[in-house]
Design a protein around this ligand. Structure first.
Ligand code: AHR
Length: 522
């Protein structure tokens, strides 16, 4: 018996590496770019950020105060500003979130600030040290635009209108003069104004019809007085797949009179892998949880289609943008932290998650013209984590950085067989990709390999494109749980990627659970 087995093994060892006994090398995935069918512009505003007065999102994360030993410019930390400048952050949504519907702006201007309670987030004292003028100083330092959410829930249209006057009116105007007295003579530019936040829940638990009436008052009276800036008004829209707000706001808009208008409808959808209260661990998870979270996040595609179809019914010309102004992963708070501060770790899984969502927004660029990841610093799926004087860039930061060339780029359709990856009863596409013609004239391709076990090899080609080389970066990690820490801040960071070019084809192999961005150049 033993002899027979040895003979069989000897025969196998001399067989050529083909046929039933050899491990088959999978054929490369053909990824073709249809350069002749250029699509809409991928609005740079889909790369927007969200900074709420929540935990250490503002205090500690942005604001350290003028007297801090942490290097700062007028109280705003220099390391954070430098990192954010590199992201070309197009807009920052502020001051909330749920916080916005309890924010009274007058407490946050002038030499005397009146503290308040942050009842939504940890019940801590909000010192109001970071107010309107500090926010505009911050976005000025990082080179971004303002997306200000006014208080519709516990404020009045008059309070919101006066805030707009403070921000945008000439100094000859009584309230504009207050701003000038506080150190800023020129009116600020407010590119976007949010008319409330989650009015179906923390913003006041309003019925859609009640909200629509309040929203119209705000859309009418919350005026922009600065002719140097057009301002888009964004109404509260749906939570996840719920459609009553989408229907009510869009129907009202279709019949709107000259007296009011809006330019955007908000959608909020978080990736939790199981609804609320959240329970998934941000740092310590296995392949099952990896698959569950990414399956959940890919649901964004259906949400955009679902709400987009309702919007098409009332607005076939797509005048109103779908603004996904809260998205990202929301996990259980890091043990030992204040649960009201929503602090969580950010891993390679989150890099993949970010890329998949950005790809969805790009594919629906005709309707999704703005989005804001929640949130910018120290909160939920953050770009940056700080601890006193220390700062680190998360894997999500690196994805946003690698995707900068897609800002205002022209979408190029791509064809590929996404295949499938399955684990523990959860099935997902194995890979994802988008392409675009950048404002720099280069053709950019982003590839995500969802499969955490197997690399993927692609054969990229584009008929009619004169390109002889491809260069780019890839974000890979040893494990799906790999993260950057203050001790090892560069565990997950982009590396140059090798692409073999030959006869108009580009061969590229990407690692498991990775995000890669390359440009095809002459
Ligand atoms: O981003 C955290 C919170 O999530 C926001 O304040 C709120 O709008 C949403 O429920």
């Amino acid at each position: 018996m033993r002899h027979t087995l040895l003979c069989a093994l000897a025969i196998l060892s001399v067989l050529p590496a083909s046929g039933a006994f050899a491990e088959e090398k999978p054929a490369p995935i053909a990824l073709t770019l249809d350069v002749s069918k250029a699509g809409p512009t991928i609005d740079r505003h889909i790369f927007g950020q969200f900074a709420e007065h929540l935990g250490e999102g503002i205090y500690g994360g942005i604001w350290v105060g003028k007297d801090s030993s942490i290097p700062n410019t007028r109280g705003i930390r220099n390391d954070v500003v430098a990192a954010l400048k590199d992201l070309h952050v197009p807009n920052v949504r502020w001051p909330g979130g749920c916080f916005a519907d309890e924010y009274h702006w007058r407490r946050g201007i002038g030499p005397e600030r009146k503290p308040s309670m942050n009842a939504n987030w940890g019940g801590v004292i909000e010192p109001n040290t970071f107010g309107t003028d500090e926010f505009f100083d911050f976005i000025g330092q990082i080179g971004s635009e303002a997306y200000v959410s006014v208080n519709v829930g516990s404020g009045t249209p008059g309070e919101a209108a006066e805030w707009m006057e403070y921000m945008t009116a000439d100094k000859a105007d009584g309230i504009g003069a207050e701003r000038a007295k506080n150190g800023h003579e020129a009116p600020y530019k407010v590119a976007f104004v949010g008319l409330g936040n989650e009015s179906w829940d923390c913003g006041g638990a309003m019925t859609p019809d009640f909200y629509v009436d309040l929203m119209k008052l705000h859309a009418r009276f919350v005026r922009n007085y600065n002719p140097a800036q057009t301002m888009s008004r964004i109404a509260v829209g749906p939570s996840g797949g719920d459609t009553p707000y989408t229907e009510a706001v869009m129907k009202a808009w279709k019949d709107h009179s000259w007296a009011w208008n809006i330019e955007g409808l908000s959608l909020h959808s978080y990736t939790t892998g199981g609804g609320f209260p959240v329970s998934q661990n941000s740092a310590d998870f296995g392949e099952k949880e990896y698959a569950v979270i990414l399956k959940d996040t890919l649901g964004m595609e259906d949400l955009v289609k679902k709400h987009g179809a309702i919007m098409d019914k009332y607005d076939p010309e797509k005048k109103i943008a779908l603004v996904v102004d809260e998205w990202g992963a929301w996990y259980a708070a890091t043990p030992g932290t204040n649960p009201g501060f929503l602090m969580q770790q950010n891993t390679q899984r989150d890099a993949v998650l970010a890329a998949l969502n950005l790809n969805i927004f790009a594919r629906h660029a005709d309707r999704v013209r703005m989005a804001n990841i929640a949130q910018m610093i120290n909160v939920l799926q953050a770009m940056i984590i700080t601890d006193k004087d220390k700062m680190l860039l998360t894997p999500t930061y690196h994805v946003f950085h690698m995707y900068v060339p897609f800002q205002d780029a022209t979408f190029i359709p791509v064809n590929f067989d996404a295949g499938s990856y399955a684990y523990g009863g959860v099935t997902l596409p194995r890979v994802d990709a988008i392409a675009a013609k950048g404002k720099d004239g280069k053709t950019w391709v982003a590839i995500t390999n969802i499969d955490p076990e197997k690399p993927a090899t692609f054969d990229l080609s584009a008929a009619g494109l004169k390109a002889g080389k491809a260069v780019g970066q890839t974000l890979t990690a040893a494990k799906i749980t790999s993260a950057n820490t203050f001790d090892k801040p560069n565990t997950v960071s982009p590396k140059p990627v090798t692409v073999k070019a030959s006869g108009g084809h580009f061969a590229i192999t990407v690692a498991p659970a990775s995000v890669t961005v390359v440009s095809l150049e002459q």
